[in-house]
Design a protein around this ligand. Structure first.
Ligand SMILES: [Zn+2]
Length: 97
């Protein structure tokens, strides 16, 4: 049984919880949804669980920031792979055999 926690006015990441926005049933349990306004000005509807666990921190604009940052990271990581090749010879990852 889940107890409804009032999240109104809370800030979660870039989101500010404005008001409750109905219920949806998930896996046999009722899930409260919250209307949130993102820092970027967009509105989004987030299940209370995701807000409490901080799974959802934006309307989605944060995700694209994260993805861009990750793409940049991978871009810089890709280069040293060249010399890793020689060193890794003969050492096989056990999950690949
Ligand atoms: Zn946003």
């Amino acid at each position: 049984m889940s107890v409804l926690i009032d999240l109104t006015g809370r800030n979660v990441g870039k989101l500010k919880v404005i008001r409750r926005d109905g219920f949806e049933v998930h896996g046999g349990g009722k899930q409260a949804y919250w209307a949130c306004r993102c820092d970027c000005g967009r509105w989004t509807r987030v299940p209370g669980f995701n807000l409490r666990k901080q799974h959802t921190l934006s309307c989605g604009c944060l995700n694209s920031d994260v993805q861009q940052a990750r793409a940049r990271l991978e871009g810089t990581r890709r280069q040293p792979c060249k010399d890793k090749r020689g060193r890794g010879k003969g050492r096989r990852a056990p999950w690949l055999t």
